[in-house]
Design a protein around this ligand. Structure first.
Ligand code: BTN
Length: 248
């Protein structure tokens, strides 16, 4: 007999190695839309093999399992960035832009990092949102291009800000018509919404293998860059695009 999908669950853990790793370990027990958030991570992971710094109690560490067919796994990080952008707008009234492919920026600095990983039958989307760290914290960590919601807005956040935001993100992933359209049709379904918030367009960008002006996003979510050697399509995951935080 097929087991019935129940309402997605949101689990809280005081401490975990990585919420993405936790979801992958719990894969068999979790259903589509189940999510976890943690007060701190001891082995948080970032994109391109980097680590993700933990600030206990001062940030959201969240992962959601999408256990469903996805038309376009490669551009899931771009769709995830729109889900988090909308949740931050709804919950805290802030308008983030997106640095291709999936960093959310506020006041020109990085507020959110996203790491999506394919799993059998779907994907895990891991999201780190800086909430109340101070500028001094980021300077001490050697992260001059990072910021937090409180550092930008100057407003005190509610004590349960992480839970509120986790719930708002889950609502976007599980109930937003835009995300539903993306799951079925892939990047073309969200292309215009993504372009409207993308911070790279018309900007100079550097990537492994070239530099130029980012002109567009193609139907696969690739950044279309006009270089001296012609137009190149830069693909999610293969490269890191620089330009917003300065050329490093
Ligand atoms: C990046 O490099 O920008 C991506 C960072 C992703 C961090 C989040 S925090 C929750 C989830 N668990 C992890 O280990 N990583 C992601």
């Amino acid at each position: 007999m097929m087991s019935k999908q129940t309402r997605p669950r949101l689990e809280y853990l005081e401490e975990v190695d990585s919420t993405n790793a936790w979801c992958k370990r719990q894969l068999a027990a979790l259903q589509n839309g189940d999510a976890v958030f943690a007060g701190c991570q001891t082995a948080g992971r970032g994109r391109l093999g980097r680590t993700w710094q933990s600030a206990p109690g001062k940030a959201l560490y969240y992962s959601i399992l999408l256990k469903r067919p996805l038309a376009d796994l490669a551009s899931l990080p771009l769709a995830a960035s729109l889900a988090v952008q909308a949740a931050l707008q709804t919950q805290f009234g802030v308008e983030c832009s997106v640095k291709w492919p999936n960093d959310l920026l506020l006041g020109g600095k990085k507020l959110v990092g996203i790491l999506c990983e394919g799993v059998p039958g779907g994907a895990v989307c891991g999201i780190g949102v800086n909430l109340t760290q101070s500028p001094t914290f980021f300077a001490a960590q050697g992260l001059p291009h990072a910021t937090s919601l409180q550092a930008v807005t100057g407003a005190d956040l509610p004590a349960d800000a992480a839970r509120q935001l986790a719930l708002a993100i889950s609502v976007q992933f599980c109930e937003s018509p835009l995300l539903e359209a993306f799951y079925d049709k892939g990047f073309p379904a969200i292309r215009s919404q993504y372009k409207a918030v993308c911070a790279n367009l018309d900007q100079e960008v550097w990537f492994e293998g070239g530099e130029g002006i980012a002109q567009d996003l193609d139907e696969a979510g690739r950044l279309v860059v006009e270089t001296q050697d012609g137009v190149k399509a830069v693909f999610t995951g293969e490269v890191s695009v620089r330009g917003i935080y300065g050329r490093v």
